[in-house]
Design a protein around this ligand. Structure first.
Ligand code: C2G
Length: 444
């Protein structure tokens, strides 16, 4: 009996997939089809898969061509499957020609001609029209955003607005997009507005963009005041638009894995969360110059609060800040201490102080340490009392990581609300309240 194996995502199952499976089956007597998990697709840079794993498996079942269906979860699995299932032929479409030649030592490798003029990407575009993104702000993060957005199918960065037209023009030229002087024209040309302007301008831009019926992705901190955050989320709901705070860590695959493991009882009950993020920044940068809204906590606090809120929740009993300020009264180094009914947490941020960017989660039977930079979660270890008892986990974090939040936001716009648990409205409102308290105390 000749055994054949093939793999794929098989999203929005189409004729190209069917023809591939048909020919794969004809290569032998028994066909195994490996279907990728959403997590694996994310780690290999394939974002925006529409159908769930179950739907994709069902679609393959319906063809009647597969004798067996398996799930592909990780890189390196193909090699193991070939051994495990005693495979004679590995096959895949010609878009992969050469990529899997390394399997030739173990079985025959056949690249089948890809069916022309049909693809999941084309179908996705048809099902959901391309969302045009307009960018407000032209700073460092906006420059990182554009190449990341280009990697997410279904969105297209089209234009930029900055009250300083020269900056907008320069940015537009660099990225091959349009610059608008008139904000009305800018809104007209956008479906999603990405706000990457200074913190204190977020509120009015968000409100204005929602008024114009746009979805909004806003850089963290979304707001520096709880009441404003509550108002904006209520307004977004009323307008039936998505308002999304861009804390990239919340959407990256490594952080999702970390939360899953931390909450699974691997370290017993969680009693401590300590997160640290420091970044040495020159004195002439906005976050070191802005006496009212600058400083380490407004700049980096959202990241450190994220694991705390995700693991302990929004209902802390007390929060207390300790800061070291510079001559302008801006905090260079801040420690926020939070007390919960059954746990303690710290968020440590620095702009003029450097420390190790670690995240430590302590539990009743062990602890998890996430290696720096933990906010680009890619490697962590689970430790127990016995120092030799260590479990190691890793996950890829691609590029600047903004692609994950863009992708999740797009899924939500297209009606998939499963993603909103990663950073809830309540999480963003709580963070805005913490920022508010911090700024009030710093002023005092
Ligand atoms: N395919 C095809 N013709 C098309 C579209 C896809 O022959 N017009 C083939 C692909 O070449 C692949 C299979 O259908 O062999 C599944 O395609 P995708 O769902 O795009 O999955 P892919 O990313 O190619 O998965 O481990 C995963 C595999 O390595 C490849």
């Amino acid at each position: 009996m000749i055994k054949v194996i093939t793999y794929g995502t098989f999203d929005l199952f189409h004729e190209g997939h069917y023809r591939l499976l048909q020919r794969a089956k004809q290569l032998g007597d028994y066909l195994i089809v490996g279907v990728t998990t959403e997590e694996y697709d994310q780690t290999r840079g394939k974002l925006n898969v529409v159908d769930s794993l179950i739907t994709r498996i069902e679609n393959i079942k319906k063809t009647g061509l597969a004798d067996e269906i398996i799930v592909e979860e990780s890189q390196g699995q193909k090699f193991r499957d070939i051994k495990k299932y005693d495979i004679d032929i590995f096959t895949v479409g010609s878009d992969w020609t050469g990529t899997f030649d390394y399997l030739k030592d173990y079985c025959k490798v056949v690249y089948l001609e890809r069916t022309k003029n049909i693809s999941s990407t084309m179908l996705r575009a048809k099902e959901a029209p391309i969302q045009r993104i307009g960018v407000i702000g032209t700073g460092r993060i906006a420059n990182r955003f554009i190449p990341e957005a280009a990697l997410v199918s279904g969105v297209n960065a089209r234009c930029v607005y900055n009250p300083n037209l020269n900056s907008a023009k320069k940015f537009a030229e660099k990225w091959g997009i349009d610059a608008y002087e008139d904000i009305e024209e800018f809104y007209y040309a956008s479906d999603i507005v990405y706000i990457a302007s200074p913190h204190e301008t977020h509120y009015s831009y968000i409100k204005q963009a929602l008024e114009h019926g746009k979805h909004v992705l806003c850089e963290k901190p979304l707001c520096l005041n709880r009441a404003q955050a509550v108002e904006l989320f209520a307004y977004a709901k009323e307008k039936n638009r998505i308002l999304f705070e861009g804390i990239k860590t919340a959407f990256c695959p490594g952080f999702a894995k970390l939360l899953g493991i931390a909450c699974s009882g691997a370290i017993g009950s969680i009693r401590g969360v300590d997160a640290c993020f420091t970044k040495l920044e020159e004195d002439n940068k906005r976050e070191r110059k802005d006496k009212v809204y600058g400083g380490s906590f407004t700049e980096l606090g959202s990241y450190c609060l994220l694991p705390i809120l995700k693991l302990f929740g929004q209902n802390y009993e007390e929060i207390r800040f300790e800061t070291i300020k510079d001559q302008n009264g801006i905090d260079l180094y801040t420690k926020a201490h939070m007390r919960y009914s059954n746990g303690l947490a710290t968020a440590v941020c620095g702009l003029g102080v450097k420390s190790e960017g670690k995240l430590l989660i302590s539990g009743t039977t062990g602890y998890i340490v996430v290696e720096p930079p933990w906010w680009k979660t890619s490697y962590f270890e689970v430790h127990h009392e016995n120092p030799n008892d260590i479990e190691r986990f890793s996950e890829r974090f691609l590029g600047d990581g903004l692609r994950y939040e863009i992708c999740d936001m797009l899924s939500m716009i297209n009606g998939d609300t499963r993603k909103d648990f990663k950073l809830t409205r309540g999480d963003s409102e709580t963070m805005a309240g913490i920022m508010e308290q911090f700024l009030n105390e710093r002023k005092a």
